[in-house]
Write a protein that binds this ligand. Sequence first.
Ligand SMILES: Nc1ncnc2c1ncn2[C@@H]1O[C@H](COP(=O)(O)OP(=O)(O)OP(=O)(O)O)[C@@H](O)[C@H]1O
Ligand SMILES: [Mg+2]
Length: 326
Amino acid sequence: MTTKTPKRAPTVLTITLNPALDHTVEVSGLQVGEVNRALKMQVDVGGKGINVASCLADFRVATAVSGLLGSENAALFETLFDAKHIENHFHYLPGLTRINTKLVDRASGETTDVNMPGPCLAADAMAAANAHLDDCFATLLPHAGWVVLAGSLPPGWPAETYARLITAAHSHGAQVVLDASGAALSAAIAAGPDIAKPNRSELAELVGHALPDTAAVVAAARTLLQNNAALRMLVVSMGGDGALFIKREESVLAHPAPIEPLSTVGAGDAMVAGIVAATLEGASLTQTARLATAFSAAKLQRLGPHLPAPELVRDLAENITTNTLA
Ligand SMILES: Nc1ncnc2c1ncn2[C@@H]1O[C@H](COP(=O)(O)OP(=O)(O)OP(=O)(O)O)[C@@H](O)[C@H]1O
Ligand SMILES: [Mg+2]
């Protein structure tokens, strides 16, 4: 007799409104305007909320995903969700999910990106999508105590979209982690997410001035926390310089793991997943900084939004150096 693992209700819901398929084509000596012979092709599922869910699932956190997905090329997304036992609550649109093309020229070492903007929805289709998200919140929250809002908005979606979703999540008793940029970030911050994870340039754009060093980042983050009663924690990731984890009463600087990255794509998404996993465990700020940095470090060593076994991630966390800031 086979024993089936009982299905666990998701504790985290991630939202991806503008996912993408990343289509990478490798050539040697790209000739613009000519027929080029490709050496290799790869298609990867992309989208920040999906990356976060994928990392959380690898860490054995029961996770659900929602957002907008094109019906015509949904199969690769569905394969990932099935493989990782991620509950799929996407709203399906007619047509394709956008495809972002990366032309990697092995001869010059240059990569040329051609990114699609995402679907343009008519008003009634947008209303249907919003109604689907509201239904999804009503069904999954507050059992799923955390909602992750991550990535860009499709064209035509109001900058206040995340602000609306934050208010809706809070009305169901759930908490929100926000990973956005530009106008969507500034409108959403005003609605008071519980945690936000900008990188250094996203924070600089939000506060409206350059952040040349760590002291400037700390000062900007503290001002933001002082002026926003709902925001409990701000994590500012700084690429190879590590990340700052700041609460009103304490600040921790986490140094990056001393590793040679294979790919830095999605390191921030892995960090968001680590922040959620640590928060679910009731971790201290230092433990959160270590685990979230370990998620990023583990991700840097592989392509795609995947982590090794949770024990290995926890081992990595043990070796992350942190400083408590005065
Ligand atoms: N080059 C690197 N070397 C070592 N660690 C890195 C490097 N780049 C990123 N990291 C780790 O990953 C974390 C998050 O990276 P980063 O600040 O680049 O996020 P991000 O800009 O939000 O990325 P993305 O949005 O592409 O996922 C950093 O705080 C650090 O711990
Ligand atoms: Mg990021």
